[in-house]
Write a protein that binds this ligand. Structure first.
Ligand code: ATP
Ligand code: MG
Length: 277
């Protein structure tokens, strides 16, 4: 606009005016060119970032699958070992075979469910009885809680149901229960699993009277690979830091929420809310 006005008013002598306009046009062309190059570069970087995010997501999902397989297979190994050292104990062998069958079925369902989640496919949800889900978890675990001086109390409303992928929800609760047990291993304590309906949702709580979580760790515990169970710590085993990240991912994919309250030295409560069927 300005260029047109200047020329029409003969503001510049002819040659100077033409030179000025040419320079401006050249600059404009060059700027357009630079802009187009930058846009192409931006597009390339965005595509690369998308690929890298997809790869990181795949890596995290694979690590989570390995983590959950480990949770299922560890009790099997323990039972099989026990049965091998007591070949005369028919009852133990029978129990081991039952656990093997149960956990092998679970392992295959967990794989299906996690692969669906990795592919962005919806998990197969159905109405699940909370009490039955929780009781089955204790059947899958190898070691009796009473052997570690841990009392387990279930406070679950009768016939309470949630709308969930049962196997994934069981893995979530199993992770919370295993964490609670590890937090109480030193001194024993009380593990309470409570579930109640509030209007349109169900609240499930996993409470322990264990070591509690330090204030500075509270913000980090749901991050993938955050763990305080390292070789330098006094923890009974080293952790992967994937249990709670898995819980958060599953609960979010159910349109639910997970939160935590804890007091160092006194115990921890994990709270999950899920929609009712
Ligand atoms: N009930 C609990 N009591 C005390 N600390 C807990 C409890 N649950 C979780 N934490 C803390 O949160 C951290 C992260 O837990 P998360 O289950 O994700 O990983 P992890 O138990 O360390 O390892 P893994 O991946 O094998 O489960 C733990 O290392 C621990 O510090
Ligand atoms: Mg854990």
């Amino acid at each position: 606009m300005i260029i047109g006005v200047c020329c029409r008013n003969n503001f510049f002598p002819d040659n100077e005016g033409a030179g000025f306009v040419t320079r401006i046009l050249d600059q404009r062309r060059s700027l357009h060119h630079q802009l187009a190059t930058q846009r192409n570069r931006n597009d390339e970087l965005e595509t690369q970032m998308g690929h890298m995010q997809a790869l990181a997501n795949l890596g995290l999902t694979s690590a989570m699958i390995a983590h959950e397989m480990n949770n299922v297979l560890t009790p099997l190994g323990t039972y099989a070992q026990l049965a091998l050292s007591h070949p005369e104990d028919k009852q133990l062998i029978q129990k081991t075979l039952q656990k093997t069958a149960l956990n092998a079925r679970r392992a295959s369902k967990i794989l299906q469910s996690m692969l669906a989640m990795a592919n962005g496919r919806p998990q197969a949800k159905a109405s699940c009885n909370v009490e039955a889900l929780v009781k089955e978890i204790f059947q899958c675990l190898a070691r009796d809680f009473s052997k570690d001086s841990i009392t387990v109390v279930l406070e679950i409303e009768r016939d309470l149901a949630v709308w969930a992928d049962g196997i994934s929800l069981q893995q979530v609760l199993m992770n919370l229960i295993l964490n609670a047990r590890e937090a109480m291993l030193e001194a024993g304590g009380l593990l309470t699993i409570a579930a109640k309906q509030f209007d349109e949702f169900v609240r499930i709580e996993v409470r322990d009277t264990g070591c509690g979580i330090a204030r500075e760790h509270m913000q980090k515990i749901f991050e993938p690979f955050f763990t305080t169970k390292t070789e330098e710590s006094e923890a009974p085993r080293t952790g992967a830091g994937l249990g709670l990240a898995f819980c958060k991912r599953v609960i979010q994919s159910h349109d639910g929420a997970i939160s935590v309250d804890s007091e160092l030295g006194h115990g921890t409560t994990f709270r999950i809310t899920l929609p009712i069927p």
